[in-house]
Every structure is written in structure tokens, then in C-alpha cells.
Design a protein around this ligand. Structure first.
Ligand SMILES: Cc1cc2nc3c(=O)[nH]c(=O)nc-3n(C[C@H](O)[C@H](O)[C@H](O)COP(=O)(O)OP(=O)(O)OC[C@H]3O[C@@H](n4cnc5c(N)ncnc54)[C@H](O)[C@@H]3O)c2cc1C
Length: 384
């Protein structure tokens, strides 16, 4: 069996590694000249860590990441804190915690592992331009005119997927009105803000935010209205002073401004071509489900290709019904609800939501049920 994967993001590379470990020939085509180094995903959920354990990657993730045993939903005005204890998931997962570990470190780790397999190739400067297929094969032509042929193609080439376009698959959904602005600082917020976890969702009438710790940095995410790019990028100091006021200016490291979409591809498969990860679904980052969900797609699909290669049993038709509803009913619904909780402007409704979350967090049975959903364990069990 030979598989082509378009895109060397976390989903493409991890899917490639899973296939290569089983002796399947795999070629990853990456548009860029090197792996991306920008700050994107950082939150790893328990079942994703379990999967990384099976791939022999989890020791490095735990060594280089930060273990978050709790996460919080806070209210900036009232100071109320709903703190969820991930330890309640003991017995459901080998990793009853979240890990804060940056996506760019992960892709470098996976690419280094992939390099050990002679039947796995990672080609840079190889932008997929067109796709054609017949009942036996699928062919990909890159921008420089090179043609690659394989049994299967996986489009994990991100939000603007060329594979999705080439296969003629629509990507309906919406774009959120606000843009998201991430600014990072080495300032130790944990020494100054009461009981801060490594993952904190902070509700506020004027400016909600998400505070995430990664090794050496706090990443602070804010919504922005339609200001110019320059105005938003210059607002980092004001926004950080809003999180914790201090006399000296903040030292900042990275600033990222981006649009957020909520979209799901109308189908995840056309013939011998599949979609996985951001190419198949996009959501807002509140809850940390984009990359995690994408990895769950890629490894589900890899499992079916491995089974087909080993035994001849073709369960590829089950990929879409197992994974697409997760994006629609769980990932998009949950991340949209998370955004609503943080952005609620009506003080009565906000207090009601926060009180409800505090009651849930304090009741071990209700908290565990909440964590089974927010950790994406339920969706994987349902598909299984
Ligand atoms: C600020 C931010 C924070 C986030 N936080 C989290 C989080 O905490 N947890 C979480 O789970 N998710 C998070 N996400 C989402 C997460 O980053 C994405 O879901 C993830 O990157 C998707 O991985 P992917 O491999 O599907 O796509 P990508 O990472 O987008 O990779 C796609 C790759 O395909 C390549 N490519 C594109 N077009 C072509 C082509 N035509 N030919 C060949 N190659 C091509 C690109 O260069 C890229 O390398 C966050 C996103 C942002 C922006």
C-alpha cells in the first residue's frame, strides 16, 4: 500500500508516522520550505496523550510540556472560580491531566521519528496543485509539475486545503465577527493572580480572555473588534495591564492576530481521497479541540488503512460517519458554547452560567461527566 499525505502539520505527520510504523509506504508533501514554527496549539487532552503513548511519543511530550492537573473558568468581575480537577478521570485514561506543549515542538519530534523509516518521505517545497483519480489509483501533481501516484491520498493541508478544493468538497460554516489576538509574555502571572491554573478561561463583560501557560511563557488570547492590524498589535500592553496591572511595561515575545472560523467539510471522502484535521473542520480555539480532534481523525483513518493493508478488511466507509459528527455535534458545539460563556455581557446570565459551572466543578459526579466531554473521551468512545 502507498499513501500520499498533503501537509506536514501535526495531523499529516502523525498519520504518516502511524502508517510508516506498520510498514506502509508514505510520502508527505509540504508546501513550505520547513516545518511551521508559529505558536498555535498548546493544549493536549488525555485521550490524545494516550494515543501518543501508543506511538511512542508521550515521554517527550511529558518531559518538555507542563502538566495541568486542573483548569479553571473564572469571572473577572466577581472573582468566582470554577476549578475542574482532571484527577477525576483516573481509571478512564492513562493521563488524567492536560499537558501544555507547543505544536511546533511536536511536529519537529514527529518529523525526526519519521526520518528513521526508509519507506517514509517528507518533501518540502511541494505544494499540491491538482488531484486526479481512477478506480485503482490517485495522482497528485505538485506546483513544479511532479506527479505522485498512490493508493490513497489524505488531505491534511489545513484551513485552505488544496486537496479539499481539488476534490470539489464544499466547506460551509461561519466566520466569527471578532478576530483573536494572542500575545505572550514571560511575566509569572501565577505568582500574582489568586490560585491560577496553567489553563484559565476568563469571562468578562468588556474583554474576556484565555490565559495559557507553556514552558517559560504565558500565552494570553483576547477577542478584538474591527480595529486595524496595527492598532490591535499595539494594544498588547494595555490588554496585559488589564489582566494584572503593574508599574513596569510587560516584556512580550510573540503577537499573533487571526480570524476564526467554524466550518465542517460537507464530506470527508471522495473516492480515494480523504480529509483530516483543519482541512476537514475548523473551530474556535476555546477548549483546545482543533489539533486534538484532527489527530483523532488522522489516527482513526490510519487504523483503517493499516487494517486494510494487513487483513484486506475495508472499513474505510466508516471513517466519515465516525468522525464528521464529532466535528459538528461536539467540537463546534462545545467551542461555540465556551465562547458564549466567556463573552456573555448580560450580568444576570453571566452569573447564572458561572454559578452553574462552579456547582458542576464542586460535585465530583457532575464534574467527571463534564470532564468526559471536555476531554473528548466520550466522542472517541461513541465512535469506537
Ligand atoms: C492561536 C491558536 C491556538 C490554538 N490552540 C489549540 C489548542 O490548544 N489545542 C488544539 O487542539 N488546537 C488548537 N489550535 C488549532 C490547531 O493549531 C489546528 O487545529 C492544527 O494546526 C491543525 O493541524 P493540521 O495538521 O490539520 O493543519 P496545519 O497545522 O494547518 O498544517 C497544514 C500544513 O499543510 C501545509 N499545506 C497547506 N497547503 C498545502 C498544499 N497545497 N500542499 C502541501 N502542503 C500544504 C501547510 O504549510 C501546513 O504545514 C489553535 C490554533 C491557533 C491559531
Amino acid at each position: 500500500m502507498k499513501v500520499i499525505i498533503s501537509g506536514a502539520g501535526p495531523v499529516g505527520l502523525t498519520t504518516a508516522l502511524a502508517l510508516a510504523r506498520e510498514g506502509i509506504a508514505v510520502t508527505v508533501l509540504e508546501r513550505a520550505a520547513e516545518l511551521a514554527t508559529d505558536l498555535r496549539a498548546s493544549t493536549w487532552h488525555p485521550p490524545t496523550l494516550d494515543m501518543m503513548g501508543e506511538l511512542g511519543l508521550v515521554d517527550e511530550i511529558l518531559r518538555d510540556g507542563l502538566i495541568a492537573r486542573t483548569f479553571q473558568v473564572r469571572d473577572r468581575q466577581t472573582g468566582a472560580i470554577a476549578e475542574f480537577d482532571m484527577g477525576l478521570l483516573k481509571g478512564e485514561t492513562d493521563h488524567p491531566y492536560r499537558v501544555q506543549y507547543e505544536q511546533f515542538r511536536f511536529t519537529q519530534l514527529v518529523a525526526s521519528r519519521l526520518a528513521a523509516f526508509p519507506h517514509a518521505t517528507l518533501v518540502f517545497n511541494a505544494k499540491v496543485a491538482s488531484v486526479s483519480q481512477d478506480p485503482q489509483h490517485i495522482r497528485v501533481t505538485t506546483e513544479d509539475g511532479t506527479v505522485h501516484e498512490a493508493d490513497w491520498l489524505i488531505g491534511s493541508d489545513g484551513a485552505y486545503s488544496s486537496v479539499r478544493s481539488a476534490l470539489g468538497i464544499e466547506f460551509p460554516g461561519l466566520t466569527f465577527p471578532e478576530r483573536f489576538f494572542v500575545v505572550s509574555t514571560p511575566f509569572p502571572f501565577e505568582d500574582h493572580l489568586n490560585r491560577l491554573s496553567y489553563v484559565n478561561y476568563v469571562a468578562d463583560i468588556d474583554e474576556w480572555c484565555v490565559l495559557l501557560k507553556v514552558p517559560g511563557l504565558w500565552r494570553c488570547l483576547f477577542p478584538t473588534s474591527e480595529e486595524s492590524d496595527e492598532e490591535v498589535l499595539a494594544s498588547g500592553e494595555r490588554r496585559l495591564q488589564g489582566v494584572f496591572p503593574k508599574a513596569e511595561p510587560y516584556e512580550t515575545r510573540h503577537k499573533t492576530l487571526y480570524r476564526v472560523h467554524q466550518r465542517v467539510a460537507e464530506t470527508y471522502r471522495k473516492g480515494r481521497g480523504f480529509l483530516a484535521g483543519d482541512a476537514a473542520h475548523l473551530n474556535n480555539p476555546i477548549g483546545g479541540m482543533g489539533m486534538n480532534g484532527g489527530l483523532h481523525d488522522g489516527l482513526n483513518l490510519a487504523g483503517k488503512l493499516i487494517e486494510l493493508n494487513r487483513t484486506g478488511a475495508d472499513r474505510l466507509a466508516e471513517y466519515e460517519p465516525e468522525r464528521r459528527p464529532v466535528a459538528v455535534e461536539h467540537i463546534n458545539a462545545t467551542t461555540a458554547r465556551n465562547r458564549e460563556v466567556l463573552a456573555e455581557r448580560d450580568p444576570v446570565a453571566r452569573k447564572r452560567k458561572q454559578d452553574e459551572l462552579c456547582r458542576t466543578a464542586e460535585d465530583p459526579v457532575a464534574a467527571k461527566a463534564y470532564l468526559m466531554k471536555s476531554s473528548m473521551i466520550n466522542t472517541l468512545r461513541r465512535a469506537a
